[in-house]
Design a protein around this ligand. Structure first.
Ligand SMILES: [Zn+2]
Length: 236
């Protein structure tokens, strides 16, 4: 989730459908049934993204194209991709030393995203778990609910990265804050889930939004340019 890379002097390119399918065959870790379910999840998240942010994006992609760009992997496959593909020469990347995150948009390596399962439920204390169990869910249902909502959050986050402009003018902290904000705010209330660390970054974005208005959205997607805003976020 904290994973996005910006590489200077390197042309962005997009893997085509066949290349993505080849990569999917090699890397994806789920059964055909799970793949169909995952695809629905991505399509649903893309609808949420379009509803919330569509007017701030220059060229929206179809649900199909976005679904093709998402590959569910296991943690080990992800680490391999991260280790093998990210060119750290001249790149600014967030490393997963502490927080491995839950996915990554490989924008400069073909503009696609991988996500892997993480267990947010397991990190909850007894008190937090009790709140979810009070709604009448069993422990298994509550765990599925929390981790399912988190997966939608991660997909929304990475969809945002797939649409963002990769530019050295825009600090990576802004790029991440926008992705965390969209992941939180585009999800419907009943599956909205967050963590203190997600909220910290989403709240920083909200602060800019309150101050500068919707230019903030357009800036991340390269649709508006506001020098006052750029100066402010550049100095943070
Ligand atoms: Zn990110």
């Amino acid at each position: 989730m904290g994973e996005v890379n910006q590489v200077e002097d390197q042309e962005a390119f997009e893997l085509d459908k066949d290349q993505l399918e080849a990569l999917r065959l090699e890397a994806q870790s789920v059964s055909p049934e799970e793949q169909a379910e995952f695809r629905n999840l991505v399509t649903g998240a893309h609808r949420m993204f379009v509803d919330k942010m569509g007017s701030y994006v220059e060229a929206l992609k179809s649900d199909d194209v976005i679904a093709q760009k998402f590959i569910p992997v296991d943690v080990e496959t992800y680490k391999g991709m991260h280790g093998n593909w990210i060119d750290t020469e001249g790149a600014i990347i967030h490393k997963y030393t502490q927080d491995i995150g839950g996915g990554q948009a490989f924008r400069k390596e073909g503009n696609f995203a991988v996500v892997f399962p993480t267990d947010l439920w397991a990190t909850y204390d007894v008190e937090t778990k009790r709140k979810f169990l009070e709604t009448g869910r069993s422990e298994i249902e509550a765990k599925e609910y929390v981790n399912g909502a988190l997966m939608t959050n991660k997909i929304l986050h990475e969809i945002t990265h797939l649409y963002q402009e990769s530019s050295y003018e825009i600090p990576i902290e802004f790029v991440e804050a926008q992705a965390y904000w969209v992941a939180r705010e585009a999800a419907p209330q009943d599956i909205r889930i967050s963590t203190p660390s997600f909220d910290m970054r989403a709240d920083a974005y909200q602060y800019l939004l309150d101050k500068h208005g919707s230019d903030v959205h357009g800036l991340g997607f390269n649709k508006t340019k506001n020098n006052t805003l750029l100066n402010q976020i550049g100095k943070k």
